[in-house]
Design a binder for this molecule. Sequence first.
Ligand code: IMP
Length: 193
Amino acid sequence: MRQLLFFSNNKNKIIEIKKIFKKFNLELLSLNDLNISNEPEEIGETFEENAKIKSDYGFNKTGIPCFADDSGICIESLNWKPGILSKRFLNNFKSKEACFESIIKSTEKKSKQNAYFKTSISLTIKNNQNVIFNGKIDGKISEKVRGRFGFGYDPIFIPKNYIKTLAELSTKEKNEISHRSIAVTKLINFLIN
Ligand code: IMP
């Protein structure tokens, strides 16, 4: 069976991705399985660059084809930031609620509601040879914080053509439309073909 390394230490993501890959004749390994604890600095300026830094690092350490992802939210009223700094931006507030309140206020003040989530997956197959798969979901910032499912910015993001926030959708419903699942589907189609 062919091996493939998923460069992540995020338990939830690993469970989700392992489930998706079960159907395929591939042995999916994670960093934990290989006792890799070091991660490279994410010094890229785009989702694509950061995903590539991680997948190249994983391939160079193990010799096993490796993929990595990088995601975040881009908000119009914040000049399409925080983007690649999404995790840090949220953690810099004293609470999630304070962060959401600040985003909702700036959205109202500037009358700019648009936002999107993006995921870039980089797959490194050989030395210096990688392929990028992108997934994007368009939407807007909600007027109120709503919902208890999901994680991160889900409670303030309403996908285009929806009324509910991502945090009001079940995991299954979210996975049908999310930026991450779009990018993962592209990766799988590439691997199958
Ligand atoms: P990561 O690169 O997938 O770890 O995502 C970085 C950060 O972006 C996360 O810590 C979240 O704050 C935010 N983020 C990424 N994807 C999602 C999502 O599907 N929902 C909500 N927030 C997300």
